[in-house]
Design a protein around this ligand. Structure first.
Ligand SMILES: Cc1cc2nc3c(=O)[nH]c(=O)nc-3n(C[C@H](O)[C@H](O)[C@H](O)COP(=O)(O)OP(=O)(O)OC[C@H]3O[C@@H](n4cnc5c(N)ncnc54)[C@H](O)[C@@H]3O)c2cc1C
Length: 414
């Protein structure tokens, strides 16, 4: 049997790898533009321990000071489109304690065993740069430290090692470049990070070895239905498969809208800066008040952050992007920021902060795996296993009931 996959980011490629490994005939069709895709600009963290959904209690209250500051890590553009407005209102509606706790449990469950899955990729010959040295979170106050407590309660029940709290001298010992503003830390010792570009090229290479065909398309790619089945049109060509999987990140919404299916996936833009040859930072760091992830890859250190809702796609807001460096600088004793240009990427966000994984009803051969927000790398391998089980066996061993696409037919946001 054959599956067409739309999208060659971590979700599409991990799904292609899983399906092809189980004998499926797979073709991956994607838009051939690499600049600005979150697949390439993300921080590469594999962090099942950080499974908190984006809509969190107190989100509005905590965000107000940031919304007034053009360099802050959060922006909500004053866009007048009904889709944007209803998306943001819906996200606000989901910012309750009850939803947060439920979402955290669902995402933690989806992330269960993901580190082993990434170890498995290496064992199966997928070549990419992986670091198993954990993530160190840096806090400037007790209040900041305390605000993360709920995320780490009971992580053992999802198969993860408990975190440990560090004081300022322990943080200094671990990362001598940190300045005296760092008063506390949390050591998430058993988490990983990868060089995201190497992951994409490694998965793609392995997929090709397994016989997956790649079609990189510069022209518009459209989903159409004929009878009860979905097909794909790209330029002058039509592609058909026994099944079609939409894994096109933020592009998923427009693809589905074309056949009358409305799933509220909108972008949350982020930026990164890379410092090639920078070797002074030893650990992968989370700079809590700056909301910045720092990853010391083999050849470069990446600083990634910000979340912009609405406005103009991949365009780079220099001031906000450079806010990443401005807010990060005070965490270090030395100036580590030489000239670097920001790159942007669009995270596929949903109003309830949960991905959309499952069969689309009303079209006999259509599936979706998208909306992974800030966790698309972390959750790629397990999402791929879940959707592969669903496609090939009709049911998934991983519980994906919370990610059912049908939940939006009852929701207000489109
Ligand atoms: C600054 C930043 C930092 C991040 N850090 C992390 C992190 O540390 N850890 C983590 O887990 N996640 C992180 N993320 C999130 C992560 O990058 C995303 O969740 C992930 O890339 C989503 O994967 P995806 O495959 O669904 O979509 P994408 O990676 O966006 O890929 C989408 C694919 O679909 C293709 N496409 C688009 N439109 C169409 C179309 N119409 N037809 C066919 N193909 C199409 C694109 O060409 C691309 O190949 C970060 C994101 C950003 C922006």
């Amino acid at each position: 049997m054959s599956t067409l996959i739309l999208g060659a980011g971590p979700i599409g490629l991990a799904s292609a790898f899983e399906l092809a490994s189980r004998g499926e005939n797979v073709t991956v069709i994607s838009q051939s533009r690499h600049v600005g895709e979150s697949s390439y600009v993300n921080a590469g963290w594999i962090v099942p321990i950080m499974s908190a959904p984006v809509p969190a209690p107190g989100a509005l209250r905590n965000s107000i000071p940031w919304l007034m500051d053009s360099r802050s890590p959060l922006k909500i553009a004053p866009e007048l489109s009904p889709g944007h407005i209803s998306f943001m209102l819906s996200m606000l509606k989901f910012s309750t304690q009850k939803h947060f706790v439920k979402g955290l449990a669902a995402l933690s469950e989806l992330g269960r065993g993901t580190l082993t899955e990434f170890d498995g990729y290496i064992e199966k010959g997928v070549e990419f740069e992986i670091h198993r040295s954990g993530i160190l979170m840096a806090f400037t106050s007790q209040a900041e430290l305390d605000s993360h407590a709920i995320e780490f309660e009971g992580v053992e029940k999802y198969g993860m090692a408990p975190v440990s709290v560090l004081n300022s001298s322990q943080m200094q010992a671990r990362e001598p470049l940190l300045s005296e503003i760092v008063k506390y830390g949390i050591d998430c010792s058993d988490q990983y990070f990868v060089d995201p570009t190497s992951l994409i090229s490694g998965l793609r290479k392995k997929c090709i070895e397994l016989g997956v065909e790649f079609i990189d398309q510069s022209e518009q790619i459209t989903l159409v239905t004929k009878g009860s089945k979905a097909h794909v049109e790209a330029g002058s060509r039509t592609f058909s498969g026994d099944r079609v999987l939409v894994a096109a990140g933020v592009g998923s919404r427009a693809l589905l809208e074309n056949i009358g299916i409305r799933i509220p996936i909108r972008f949350g833009k982020g930026y990164c800066f890379d410092f090639v040859g920078e070797k002074r930072i030893k650990n992968s760091l989370y700079l809590s008040s700056a909301k910045v992830a720092v990853t010391p890859n083999q050849n470069y250190v990446r600083f990634a952050g910000t979340m912009e809702f609405g406005g103009n796609g991949l365009s780079i807001n220099e001031k906000r992007a450079r806010g990443i460096l401005k807010s990060s600088a005070r965490y270090f004793k030395e100036d580590i920021f030489r000239n670097a240009e920001p790159k942007s990427g669009l995270r596929p966000m949903t109003p309830d902060g949960l991905p959309v994984i499952g069969k689309i009803s009303g079209v006999s051969n259509l599936y979706i795996s998208s909306g992974h927000a800030m966790l698309g790398v972390t959750l790629a391998a397990n999402s791929a296993r879940a959707i592969t089980d669903l496609i090939l066996d009709g049911t998934s061993a991983i519980d994906i009931s919370s990610f059912n696409p049908e939940r939006f037919s009852r929701s207000v946001a489109r």
